[in-house]
Design a protein around this ligand. Structure first.
Ligand code: FES
Length: 262
């Protein structure tokens, strides 16, 4: 049982929680995630650890209410308990000084990577993208760690009108990019990967598959990378984007859609 000590709304459907988890706070690195469960029979939800405060013994999780389980989690309040928080899981992000790093996509998992890349001495350009203005989150925090932030919205309600790939391509066209990191919906990562492959820019994708046990036993998070089977929970969540079979991943993700909406 992990107590929620603070809650903040980033938007109607995106909530930041600060949760007591001293051991996880101590051990976590950028890229690590936890699996949380609300209720004994609750679905297990993988969530990136957005930040941690070792002194306070807390971790920060940002949750977007997209289905039944995440909505249940978002409805919790300070003082409530999350049934369990398991982690840190996965492999930490490979951080070093690459040069110019473009971090693109959106959502909370992007922030710790942006911060860690900056701290390692990289020039960090963050391309934040969403359908509409309300869905752009953590902009202020991203700006803190980025040399530049480019905002893209599908409907043009904020920043530039267009897709994340257009934002990334505008950077590629004007300067040398040494690494691209992409985090977000699988379909978005697929197109970022296609784009950067065209320009031969090494690209890392942080994958967000369905997870159950988080220990490599159940196979729920199985994907194909470079023709080989990999488990996102233990081999990931980050992979060479150019090697990931995104079409297979999209197919597997969509096969749970009906259940998720019930
Ligand atoms: Fe079960 Fe990865 S979540 S194998």
């Amino acid at each position: 049982m992990n107590k929620i000590v603070a809650k903040e709304y980033f938007s109607e459907k995106v909530v930041k929680f600060v949760v007591e988890a001293p051991l996880i706070a101590k051990a976590r690195k950028a890229g690590h995630f936890v699996i949380v469960r609300v209720g004994e029979k609750g679905e297990r939800i993988p969530l990136t650890i957005a930040a941690a405060d070792v002194k306070a013994g807390t971790i920060t999780l940002v949750v977007q209410a997209v289905g039944k389980s995440s909505s249940k989690l978002c409805a919790l309040n300070p003082g409530d308990y999350i049934t369990d928080v398991v982690g840190p899981l996965g492999r930490a992000t490979h951080i070093e000084k690459f040069g110019t790093v473009v971090c693109c996509g959106g959502g909370a998992p992007l922030l710790p990577i942006v911060a860690a890349m900056k701290e390692a001495g990289n020039r960090v350009i963050t391309v934040l993208a969403a359908r509409t203005k309300e869905l752009i989150i953590l902009e202020k925090q991203m700006r803190e760690y980025s040399d530049e932030v480019i905002i893209m919205t599908d409907d043009g309600s904020y920043g530039n009108k267009g897709l994340v790939t257009q934002g990334v391509e505008s950077v590629i066209n004007r300067e040398k990019v040494d690494l691209c990191v992409t985090i977000g919906p699988a379909v978005m990562m697929k197109f970022v990967s296609l784009l950067t492959r065209k320009y031969d820019i090494p690209t890392v994708a942080s994958l967000n598959t369905i997870m159950v046990d988080g220990t490599g036993m159940c196979g729920a998070c199985r994907i194909t990378v470079g023709g080989k089977t990999r488990f996102v929970c233990i081999d990931g969540p980050e992979f060479d984007a150019h090697q990931v079979d995104f079409d297979e991943m999209l197919m597997r993700l969509s096969s749970y859609k009906d259940l998720e909406s019930k």
